[in-house]
Design a protein around this ligand. Structure first.
Ligand code: NDP
Ligand code: NDP
Length: 314
């Protein structure tokens, strides 16, 4: 047991990341039923859809699960009402100032974690009273920090800067990478991409298969003028690249991005026009597995890597 497993009431110190259009109640409950923290990603859900997913998740698991809320969600007050009504016990916030909401949740006994990508925001989150921070590095899919700090450099600097537990994220998809993060001093890991293409993910099969075919170098961090995101290269990305090559601005990029491109790519399987957000670790994912298989594999890999590490020093 460590501070993270104790805080969250889970067997293994692993969080299944909240990912838009992937992590509905099916993925979250499967994760929780397999000894890790399942997370419903609220970013892509209208308030009534979130309510439904929380209710279905409560029926599908007796174990703790969390909801991830991007703090710039349009009707955020409505989401908080739903969290309070439904008695959600763990909340992960991201992409905004945790100062505004953390104490409101803490006053109701909710455990709060906040996603950060540099030291300044980690300290701010600690000051706001969060229970733990999730330090997410440059390798991660989807929304990314502006400073482009890799997980390897980010985790030790956050551990130095705060006293609360640090959970490492970005580029972690195997037991070996989990062991690396724990060796840096992280007390848990958050894993996204591997679960994005699990059997229980709500992502479209075409998206899952495209991710499987990804090689190293196939994802890029782009759209920094709007909000930096990591995505797979495809026709939509080629169009972004053409704009950059000719010289572009925020307005033009915004117009090209339009609306609902993540839904198009991940949920509807439009590999040409969709925004296919996924992390760098996609390059080494080899199959579409159930959450149960993924968790078992990660734990076995972690334990065997740990043993091998010691035998290396004998
Ligand atoms: P069900 O499994 O009962 O139903 C799934 C619903 O989603 C159906 O209406 C189906 O439309 C639609 N759907 C499923 N896969 C796709 C797809 N690849 N592309 C377009 N539509 C799809 O519901 P759940 O319990 O899984 O989910 C309940 C609600 O939550 C649904 O409205 C669902 O759309 C939404 N959802 C939202 C997620 C998000 O991240 N925002 C993630 C998962 C679900 P049809 O009847 O035409 O097949
Ligand atoms: P867009 O503006 O392109 O589109 C909004 C999308 O969100 C649509 O697909 C829409 O569904 C859906 N949606 C769900 N709830 C609402 C709501 N209350 N109001 C408006 N739209 C809603 O946004 P993105 O798809 O780029 O991002 C949507 C959200 O997901 C943002 O809050 C963003 O921060 C978050 N996000 C988080 C990521 C992460 O890494 N945690 C990664 C990417 C996005 P519909 O098409 O059915 O109308």
């Amino acid at each position: 047991m460590n501070r993270v497993t104790h805080l969250l009431g889970i067997k293994h110190p692993i969080i299944q990341a909240g990912m838009v259009w992937c992590s509905g109640w099916k993925l979250a409950s499967a994760a929780s039923n397999n000894g890790i923290l399942g997370v419903i990603g609220a970013g892509s859900m209208y308030p009534d859809v979130l309510k439904l997913h929380i209710q279905k998740c409560k029926k599908a698991t007796q174990f703790p699960f969390a909801v991830n809320i991007p703090l710039f969600y349009p009707q955020i007050e409505e989401l908080f009402e739903i969290l309070f009504e439904e008695g959600v016990e763990i909340v992960i916030t991201s992409g905004g100032n945790p100062g505004l909401y953390t104490q409101r949740m803490k006053n109701r006994g909710i455990k709060v974690m906040h996603v950060i990508a540099n030291v300044k925001f980690a300290k701010k989150a600690q000051d706001a009273g969060v229970d733990a921070v999730i330090a997410e590095g440059f390798e991660a899919g989807g929304h990314n920090g502006r400073d482009e700090i890799t997980t390897m450099c980010l985790v030790p600097s956050i551990i130095k800067a705060v006293k609360i537990p640090v959970i490492a994220a970005g580029g972690i998809g195997t037991g070996r990478s989990m062991l690396a993060a724990m060796s840096l001093g992280a007390e848990g890991v958050q894993i996204g991409s591997r679960f994005a293409i699990s059997k229980e993910s709500s992502a479209h099969d075409l998206f899952k298969e495209y991710v499987l075919s990804a090689k190293d170098g196939d994802t890029v961090l782009t759209l920094k003028e709007l909000a930096p995101v990591r995505m797979l290269k495809n026709e939509f990305y080629s169009r972004i690249l053409k704009l950059y090559q000719k010289g572009t601005n925020k307005e033009e990029l915004k117009e090209l991005l339009g609306r609902s491109r993540i839904k198009k790519g991940i949920f509807e399987g439009d590999l040409i026009e969709g925004n296919l957000e996924i992390g760098q670790i996609s390059a080494i994912i080899e199959s579409i597995d159930s959450v149960k298989t993924i968790v078992q594999e990660i734990i076995m890999d972690y334990e065997s890597a740990k043993l091998n590490l010691f035998s290396f020093h004998d």
